[in-house]
Design a protein around this ligand. Structure first.
Ligand SMILES: Nc1ncnc2c1ncn2[C@@H]1O[C@H](COP(=O)(O)OP(=O)(O)OP(=O)(O)O)[C@@H](O)[C@H]1O
Ligand SMILES: [Mg+2]
Length: 237
């Protein structure tokens, strides 16, 4: 993918990527708290969270009628809404945006579903290029242990059950996550993802993340009072 959103924006965009259970949200929350305490304007945007397509997504998922292509297009629509309402405006104002998953999630999952990778990359050419994308690299077994011990149940599409990989949901989840992991590995070089060893303790990873972020935000304005959309984000968890 050679094209991104054309305009240079004064704010900074940090995104986190990795397979389920790699520790993305844990790290992003810690980063968010730290940036807020430092006095920066920080906004959060979460993958697949746009109110615009919520009903359609729920209906498609409940009835299990989404094909890889329609599923892909729903996510693009969700992203298009969020980029215009949640991502570009704070970046225009010189603030920091933290995105829990970004376009690379679509590239990894859609390719794992058999969608043409070139077509998906073209779809997202309106995306703003992130300042840094952290890729939380973790072996499948570690991520699976974390997910399976912290989640009550795995959902149909999350497990890739639509792909008929296995009739056993846990087995399907493993196969699907492995496919996604392979796609992420290919993207490290393609998109210059910043790799973090996600097997490390939480605080060690956070230290590395902050060191990298700090170098990129030196010229940003700080605000007298913390300012963010955190309540909405945390309320959803
Ligand atoms: N470095 C770590 N070491 C051990 N456990 C961790 C580590 N980081 C996160 N965890 C735990 O692993 C689980 C999954 O973490 P988290 O929700 O941050 O992952 P995620 O990548 O956001 O997953 P998802 O893609 O499903 O949203 C949580 O229970 C979290 O406490
Ligand atoms: Mg998460």
């Amino acid at each position: 993918m050679s094209n991104y959103f054309k305009q240079e924006l004064p704010g900074k965009l940090f995104t986190v990527e990795g397979i389920d259970g790699s520790g993305k949200s844990t790290q992003l929350k810690l980063l968010h708290q730290w940036l807020q305490n430092e006095g920066y304007g920080v906004f959060l945007s979460e993958w697949n969270s746009s109110p615009l397509v919520k009903t359609t997504t729920r209906r498609g998922k409940t009835k299990q009628i989404l094909t890889p292509t329609t599923f892909s297009l729903i996510h693009t629509t969700d992203f298009a809404d969020r980029i215009e309402s949640e991502i570009i405006p704070p970046l225009k104002a010189g603030a920091i945006v933290l995105a829990d998953r970004y376009i690379y999630t679509a590239f990894a999952r859609d390719a794992a579903r058999g969608v043409d990778p070139k077509w998906v990359r073209k779809l997202y050419e309106f995306a703003v290029k992130p300042t840094i994308t952290f890729y939380f690299k973790v072996p499948l077994s570690v991520a699976l242990d974390r997910i399976l011990s912290s989640r009550a149940q795995i959902k149909y599409y999350e497990a890739g059950m639509d792909l008929n990989l296995s009739s056993d949901i846990k087995e399907s989840f493993k196969i699907f996550q492995e496919k996604i992991l392979n796609e992420y590995e290919k993207m490290i070089e393609e998109f210059g993802l910043t790799v973090i060893d996600a097997t490390l303790p939480i605080n060690d990873q956070q230290k590395k993340v902050r060191e990298i972020v700090m170098k990129k935000i030196k010229e940003l304005k700080k605000f007298p009072k913390p300012y963010s959309n955190a309540p909405r984000y945390f309320a959803k968890k």
